[in-house]
Design a protein around this ligand. Structure first.
Ligand code: PMP
Length: 355
């Protein structure tokens, strides 16, 4: 019989996104915040419940949240795009600016969604390798841009999973060499000293991507935003499903953003814990951490990292291991947790490496 519901052949190799089905006492695998929302913000969110219009569709343009974000950055509201997680914004950018016959470029190893969503949107994906210290080679980038003329270029800074930033000078140099959309993914920007937000006025092709999933403790509600020229935001809104971003998330994110100063102390705690873990890892035998400007640390182990991963899990600690990329051989990524969680992690790793 002729099968009518044949899926797209170009997606045959894709696997549904999945997370490991393991329950661990200490979860340091997904770069989330170890802290829940502060109690006072939860109370404010609760107080909105009584009059909440569950029966009405959300505001498709997230006007209230957008206004708050725009005011904070001193931009006009038309320069802010809000989405159901930064993931959705990446999808919309690829829908609007990629597609069949167009190409996107990223620097690997990096966040896997640039490649996955390129594939889903039928955008040809090419990547340049980062060097051994996870830096972008400017010469190779410029010649690749000239040769392949990508429509979108993704720069993840700080980069997931390596943790380092792309220097602002490198990003500016790339912006000077291309008319492509240059998307600087600053999902971990709050943990680093650098942002390219101040370049927005000078480069109409620059998009800065941010999320509420890390510092702002809202991974569960899926909130991301981008800052860009208003024309790009308009294109994004053309391809985004009208009600993709629900009213509850809009309201909660607006409350969080109003009180963003509360989160400064979370950032400070995470950075100081990151530096403490870094120092301890540097002192551990057979463990080699890479510098980080994010809320996680990538480290290489002398012994097989799969073994280390499993043994850490035996101690109830979930980290992230990587397969297939030579630059990530025997590497694990650990999210900075609470001080207690980090102590448990360091204690377990020390034991494992001394066995
Ligand atoms: N960009 C990077 C670099 C990320 O690591 C992540 C999440 N892991 C995202 C974007 C997606 O963020 P969100 O939760 O807002 O979809």
């Amino acid at each position: 019989m002729n099968k009518k519901f044949v899926p797209r052949q170009d997606l045959a190799g894709l696997k549904p996104y999945s997370v490991p089905k393991v329950s661990a006492k200490i979860k340091l695998d997904a770069n989330e915040s170890p802290f829940n929302l502060p109690f006072e913000i939860i109370s404010e969110i609760k107080s909105e419940f009584d009059g909440f219009l569950f029966n009405r569709y959300p505001d498709p343009l997230s006007t209230g949240l957008k206004r708050k974000i725009a005011n904070y950055y001193g931009l006009s509201e038309e320069c802010v795009g809000v989405g159901n997680g930064a993931d959705e914004i990446i999808e919309c950018l690829l829908l609007a600016y990629g597609g069949r016959g167009r190409m996107s470029l990223a620097f690997e190893p990096t966040f896997s969604m640039y490649q996955i969503i390129s594939k889903i949107t039928a955008t040809e994906f090419i990547s340049l390798r980062l060097d051994n210290s996870f830096s972008i080679s400017l010469d190779k980038t410029i010649s690749t841009i000239k040769r392949f003329k990508p429509y979108l270029i993704f720069i993840c800074s700080p980069n997931n999973p390596s943790g380092n930033i792309a220097p602002k000078k490198t990003i500016e140099e790339i912006l000077n060499q291309t008319d492509a959309l240059v998307i600087v993914d600053e999902a971990y920007g709050e943990f680093s000293k650098q942002s390219v937000v101040d370049l927005l006025g000078s480069y109409p092709n620059l998009v800065v991507l941010r999320t509420f999933s890390k510092v702002f403790c809202l991974a569960s509600l899926r909130v991301g935003y981008m800052l860009a020229d208003s024309e790009i935001v308009t294109e994004l809104n053309k391809v985004r499903l009208p009600y993709s971003y629900n009213s509850f998330s809009q309201m909660a994110a607006a409350k969080v953003f109003e009180r963003r100063d509360i989160f400064d102390s979370f950032v400070e705690k995470i950075i100081s814990e990151r530096e403490r873990i870094m120092k301890a890892l540097r002192e551990m035998k057979g463990v080699y951490p890479f510098p980080s400007d994010a809320n996680f640390i990538l480290f290489r182990t002398e012994i097989n990292s799969d073994e280390v991963f499993k043994k850490l899990l035996g101690y109830g600690i979930l980290t992230r291991s990587f397969e297939g990329d030579p630059l990530l051989e025997n590497c694990l990524r650990v999210t900075v947790g609470s001080a207690e969680e980090n102590n448990e992690f360091l204690k377990a790793l020390e034991r494992i490496t001394q066995e």
